[in-house]
Design a protein around this ligand. Sequence first.
Ligand SMILES: Cc1cc2nc3c(=O)[nH]c(=O)nc-3n(C[C@H](O)[C@H](O)[C@H](O)COP(=O)(O)OP(=O)(O)OC[C@H]3O[C@@H](n4cnc5c(N)ncnc54)[C@H](O)[C@@H]3O)c2cc1C
Length: 616
Amino acid sequence: MASWNGASASELRRIAETWLAKFNEALRERDYTRVSSMVHADGYWRDLLTFGWNFRNLHGVDNIREWLAEAFELNAADDFRLESEPTIGAIGEHDRTLEFFFTFDTGIAGGRGHARLVAISNSPDGLKAFTILTAVMELKKYPQATARNRARDDLRVVSRELENWRDRRNKARQFKDKDPEVVIIGGGQSGLMLAARLGQLNVSTLVVERTERVGDVWRNRYHSLQLHNEICMNHFAYLPFPDTWPVYIPKDKLADWLEFYAETMELNVWTKTLFLSGEYSNLAKRWTVRLRLADGSTRTMQPGHVVLAVGVSGLPSIPDFEGKDDFGGKIVHSSGNTDDLNVRDKSVLVVGAGTSGHDIAQHLHWRGANVTMLQRSSITVVSLEPSSVRPYELYRQNDGIRPITDTDLIAASVPYPLLARLHRPLSRKMAEDDKDLLDGLRKIGFLIDNGEDDTGYFLKLLRYQAGYYLNIGASELLIEGKIKLKVAVEIKRLEARRVIFSDGSALEADIIVLATGYKPLQEGVRAMFGDEVADRVGPIWGIGDDGELNNMYARTAQEGFYVAGGGIPGARAYSHYTALLIKAALEGLISSRPSTPHTEQKNAPAPVTLTELHYA
Ligand SMILES: Cc1cc2nc3c(=O)[nH]c(=O)nc-3n(C[C@H](O)[C@H](O)[C@H](O)COP(=O)(O)OP(=O)(O)OC[C@H]3O[C@@H](n4cnc5c(N)ncnc54)[C@H](O)[C@@H]3O)c2cc1C
């Protein structure tokens, strides 16, 4: 049995190199039985674009062998080499793993990977991979213009067309005589980071943003908002935040950063521009998109690719209430402006108990309102510390030590099905640590769950970005009765100044804030692109049968159509792959339509119980 207890750095390196050489040899010989036998019976392989231009994750030896036999035959890779010093880590029940990055070559692309080996007593060489990640990093013919490959102007040609950098920038962003290759709808963090990545690949890109200034999506959110997760995981692609910034970024600071990012990354953003509609021509392989510009005129463009980056959906979910027109007070959705409401001594009903519901209720309480929160169904509540930070311990430990691209790869090496397994015990541990908080909430009747499959808040965040609250103080206000609670009832009807609930009870109300979330993003697609495109694309977000997010960041069943979005970490990490997919399609390396539909893994082994999350 292999052991690396007390092994020196050079011995660890030799162990990793030897394993990788065998792995490479077996792949070169197309001996997929041998390759898969190097994987743990309960092991995972995740691939990001290398073997089929899609995101795949496979679990178990048989699935990996069958997949390789098909995918590797079409897109082979070679030259697997250790990249840097291996480290000792741990994951779940495996309390000692040997972990390392490696590089590889597919002919058209250069890739990086990450492996976690575990010691196995009954294996001849004693080592099996528990996780393998392979990911495309660059298209060899079309490298990013970054670092050593940064753009170099010839300084000696002083009279060149009498244009300086500013002139060229102004011209580029106008798109006067030429349409962009890519139109990104939405200039939030997702749209901007993807535009930055496409820019580095020399793809002409226009971002259209309906608000007045880049960053307004954050500026317009409620007054008290700060990011709920720490700065360590929120750095932007190519441009980390300064060391002087605080741990929790205030929304207006982030808003200004978005504006600065758009300028400094030389992004072409048209603000006050509304995306109206888009139709795709299968013949021309181009979209016809209509935009309403800042001056009220309409511009039609014909890009090859369109990316939807409008956030949660752009369409607030607003329930219809009987008697709505009779209500004499104000009704506002949480996406609207709640800051300008005159709330002192007013009775306010906040409908919805997600993050926005809690934050707005708390903020209104501080501003002197008498607040009642209406909770219809259960949510997951965790303390900000110690619990909410546990899932991203990896980012906390590596902040300022490793490049964030490396940390993103380590995070990506844990596919969603494995992440769900790891989060069952972890979320239970969080609930134990938060016992006092949760008991306090239960005592007042607040409905609490631990996620649909007992995986806690983090999987909810990854799947839907909804259904949880990281407590920044509203829970205590509820427990102390400073914010009142109404549970498990619906609004039956509204009267002039009263809300009548389904249990017959009533509440005097001057203002109703609907923190009722957003319509599914597929409905946003429907509104902008029509039924055919929306039905072809299908549901967006959620984890599909194949263990990957549905239609996020990857090619969709609609040619030339992609969806970007979500929290900053996902937007940063996965914009890299969306940009490569678009560049590869533009250069004729792939069709922009997915070659294989997502399929279910039929005979994946039953996962063993992993007792603890620990993947630093
Ligand atoms: C209370 C709260 C707390 C949060 N905390 C965190 C956190 O801690 N960490 C984190 O990473 N994220 C956090 N988020 C952000 C969350 O991840 C959001 O989902 C995020 O804003 C998504 O970014 P995005 O770029 O995908 O979309 P958005 O930021 O919503 O940007 C979409 C943009 O598209 C524009 N748009 C929409 N429709 C059109 C159209 N037809 N034409 C032109 N433009 C259009 C909008 O104006 C907007 O600017 C929080 C959000 C909220 C509300």
